[in-house]
Write a protein that binds this ligand. Structure first.
Ligand SMILES: [Zn+2]
Length: 218
């Protein structure tokens, strides 16, 4: 009798110890390190949708999903641009890529028939965006703010980040809207593949052989 009682309490004792050990191990295993939490947070922010390019937000520092209507070479070079900038400590945000003619017409109304500032001089079909051959960029600060400040030197290397991005973009074959004589479009980067807007309006398409070639910046 006495023997059984001792055996019983021993089993209970062992069970309690076991549970405690298990509990301790469980806590150690599953207490999430703070790093992984911030990582997860960042991931949710980097997931973005390019189908509504006007409010497209940051899409991460390495590669982003562009509109499926954007020319493949611009997708490739756009991602390279983002990567190059990231390597230099600059976060580039692509705020706009492909725009349908209707979206372009809507944008054209801004500052004209509807309020706000004029943001474009191109109607539907008059912008390289309408043919998937242009992207617009902005910068993202460490606090997550999207800025168009051309003097901002976030990586503190003595050169404004904006111009560093422009430099990279040109080396990747982009033409910069800031180089235009008439309407300077500083966030704008495009590749024309030697095609004028008139050519494109008439239905001309970029030559497929130019997919591998770097279009020379003008
Ligand atoms: Zn643009």
């Amino acid at each position: 009798m006495k023997h059984k009682k001792i055996q019983g309490s021993l089993i209970i004792f062992l069970l309690v110890i076991n549970t405690l050990l298990f509990y301790i191990l469980f806590i150690m295993e599953f207490d999430p390190p703070t790093d992984s939490k911030t990582l997860a947070d960042t991931n949710t922010h980097t997931e973005s949708n390019t189908d509504t390019p006007s409010n497209a937000e940051s899409k991460g520092t390495q590669s982003i999903s562009f509109s499926s209507m954007l020319h493949p070479l611009l997708v490739e070079r756009g991602n390279q641009l983002i990567q190059k900038a990231a390597d230099t400590g600059i976060t580039v945000v692509v705020t706009d890529d492909y725009r349908s003619a209707e979206e372009q017409n809507q944008l054209f109304k801004k500052g004209r028939s509807i309020g706000g500032k004029i943001v474009t001089y191109a109607r539907g079909g008059e912008s390289y965006h309408n043919y998937g051959l242009a992207i617009d960029f902005a910068l993202k600060t460490p606090t997550g703010e999207i800025i168009w400040d051309m003097k901002y030197d976030g990586n503190n290397n003595g050169t404004a980040d904006w111009y560093e991005v422009v430099h990279f973009a040109k080396s990747l074959g982009f033409e910069w809207g800031g180089d235009w004589d008439q309407f300077k479009d500083y966030p704008h980067l495009q590749m024309d593949f030697g095609l004028t807007l008139r050519d494109l309006q008439k239905g001309a398409k970029p030559d497929n052989s130019s997919l591998t070639a770097t279009p020379s910046p003008k």
